[in-house]
Design a protein around this ligand. Sequence first.
Ligand SMILES: [Zn+2]
Length: 418
Amino acid sequence: MIKKFLFAVVLLSCLVAAQTASDTPPQGAPVSARAQKIHDSAIVVDTHADTPQRFLDEGFDIGSTDPKDVGHISLDKAKRGNLGAEFFSIWVEPDSNQGHFAQHTFDLIDSVYEQAARHPDRMMMAFSVADIERAHREHKLAALMGIEGGHSIENDIHLLRDYYRLGVRYMTLSWSNTNEWADSSGDIDDPKVQHHNGLTDFGKQVVLEMNRMGMMVDISHVADKTFWDAIATTKAPVIASHSSARALVDAPRNMTDDMLRGVAKNGGVVQVNFFNGFDDENFRKAADAQKKDQNAVMKEFVEKKKAEGQPVTFVELDGIEREWMAKIPRPPLKVLIDHIDHIAKVAGVDHVGLGSDFDGVSGATPQGIDSAADLPKITQALLDRGYSAEDIKKILGGNLLRVFAQVEKVSHEMQASQ
Ligand SMILES: [Zn+2]
């Protein structure tokens, strides 16, 4: 969602922005020895980081230890936060990549492999639950990949299978754009967009082929009807790789309580998004209120670059986006914990996890969560709310691993009965 702004945003008074950012209040209680111990004993899994945009467009090296780098993910930050597995998002911006979605998908996949090849002592490509467990034993970051947006398959089931063979282990059926077989929550009210009332027959085939191969079906970003069609079609549990609760924040991309119960019944898991615009109603309203001005400035920037014959990079747009996000006060960590807590109450503690959206939200995360190094603060906050060590470990990654294992099992069964 936030990335959509990138193609609509602006420059601004950086002074105001910088001042607001540095004025954020203290970050809450430090992490106790007990919380740290629980955190360090877990396999921590995050299901959504947009870092591949940085690898590809910026030449960012995940081994970077630059203290000035504002990115959420590096090997160093992952180590400090005991992050065991990251699903790197393979996200193809649909407007600027029109006509070559697959090529850009391949380039992003390549960028993740290149990082793993550069740091074999600290990072490894992972394709299964067993791989994640092995990486954990070897003290390496397990790097997995999820495609964000079904448009990447270019309506071609063969291409979907090729992505699986390259290691992609989940696919978000749609991003903020409705594609030719799945409606998105991002444009569901736009009358100019051709909608399908959820998933088309081909869309249902895609879901079943993902089940057969062992690729997790991700329902983040999809329209509500697409969600229910996916639930009715799938033979394996689904994931929401980075979604929060609509009962708390009225963003169309957040999940209603009925949807949360639907995921529980399906045996899946909802991985809570850390973006303030999805977790804090005041932030969402403030972001909406400034959207028009933001869009106007962004448009001006893009047109200026175009007139100069220059390409517009992700880094430039993200920089502008950051200035706008920094104008709105960051909420306390409590708002993120509220979403975890709500989903644990409505769907059950077996159906909630972490899907940060790191490096995809232009710095707009709650106070105290500045990178993967801050993940232990979430464990502390859950402990403070009375969660047991066992339940905390489920939230940190156990639930996702259970779902992934079930998806692998269903795949084996479907292939055996062919
Ligand atoms: Zn997203």
